[in-house]
Ligand binder design. Sequence first.
Ligand code: GRF
Length: 194
Amino acid sequence: MTKKRVAILISGRGSNMRALIEAAKDKNYPAEIVLVISNVAGAGGLEFARQHGIKTEVIEHKKFPSREIFDNAMNVALKKANAEIVALAGFMRLLSPRFVESWRRRMINIHPSLLPAYKGLHTHKRAIEAGEKFHGCTVHFVTPELDDGPTILQAKVPVLPGDTEDALASRVLEQEHKIYPEALRLVAEGKAKI
Ligand code: GRF
């Protein structure tokens, strides 16, 4: 089996990145993680990736004069690694339309809400405040609009009485770690169609 070469983009702790790396250890998994890029030098996830023998690159957005030039630098690294799929995992930068276009159908993201509900930040807090009975997470193909694009997989969790933002976030995160590797599998196998 030829495995698809996957790059993961992170900005922080990287628990979803970790779930993908763990899943990819299985010899029957159709993807291998060849590169982790972080736009933040101290991102927690970097160390885990290095310990697992995965090449890492820090490309700090603040060192670039524009979003496009930063995105170009990422594309250079992605090309050098021969990446075929890009997985955003807590990557906290907006991407330029040109970059997104160049990875059309080959770039996926995980978002902590049942999209199209609650795009953007603070999704758990907003879901609790709105009195939602259910919340969850979505893996979707990335399109130029923020947290948009065709859904690949979703998982739903209940919002329980008295839930705090943290309690709800960890209930959702547990599901994120299940659906992200599954969604990447579908994309790598060409089974997730738009
Ligand atoms: C996750 O909740 C993910 O859905 C969102 O950002 C968070 C990143 O967490 N996009 P981690 O860095 O993967 O632990």
